[in-house]
Write a protein that binds this ligand. Sequence first.
Ligand code: PBG
Length: 336
Amino acid sequence: MAQYSTESRFPFKRPRRMRANDFSRRLMAENKVSADDLIYPVFVLEGENKTEAVASMPGVERKSLDNLLVELQEVVSLGIPAVALFPVIDSAKKSLMAEEAFNADGLVQKTVAAIKAQFPELGVITDVALDPYTSHGQDGIIDEDGYVVNDITTEVLVKQAVSHAEAGADIVAPSDMMDGRIGAIREALEEKGFVNTKILSYSAKYASAFYGPFRDAVGSAGNLGKADKKTYQMDPANGDEAFHEMALDLNEGADMLMVKPGMPYLDVIYRAKQNFKVPVMAYQVSGEYAMLKAASANGWIDEKKCVLEAMVGFKRAGTDAVLTYYAKDVARWLKE
Ligand code: PBG
């Protein structure tokens, strides 16, 4: 690695020389954030003309489709390439077998079709996981002990992913962490002729406490109660395990890898990019957003500077795109 001796040659070597001027700092900047690096997550509600704030995520709103389409006009004009869609499902439609997940007339399916009709160029990413649809808030089907049963869950996930593709989703993003689901989904998509539907696999999804505000936003926190997701999401202590997961998902047909959460897992992002040389995305999750918002609201940090620093940090680590609740703000700040 080190081509040069670390023996100090001061004053011949002065690293500050290059930092002394704005022009030289610009010339040597290794990374740059652009609107092309952003994915904007949105929460969709049933009904009409509804917009609701999410208490633990100031600035994030849950909207009915009509109001969402108005916001997407802004997302498109800001140059953001894609949105990730998360549904808020009425509790009456939640069940043990999560049948609503693959309803052709379901909220996600209707929303995807409407977005693609109005904004054909905007990439639409759908979440493949059952937590919005299960009465217990787990990402899959459970047995009598509450254990999420892998293969039965995968069958439902396949139906869900195919229904998203049929509605027009560009990218399906399994975030459930079942074994073998990427291969099963890929096979079904191929069979149905969806050869260009991309799979963004949440290969390295950790059992994180930083998801708290999201579970409030989609209303799964109450259903989940005190239960956790540790039998399928990964232990935050593990790095190598993520590479096993990623290798499997790539072999099964994933096009992109997602690391989630983001900021506490930059090492995983770095190693993913170094190892696999495939598109790597990061999810700056709800708890990360909430921390930045809360500190900014208190005047403890400079929101714009801290968020842009976090974004360039993601790039430096090797991220190709960042899914962030700050996407619109970042795109706006970059234009200033
Ligand atoms: C689950 C899912 C989660 C998030 C998005 N989809 C996590 C979970 O509840 O386990 C979290 C996103 C965030 O915190 O911003 N399929």
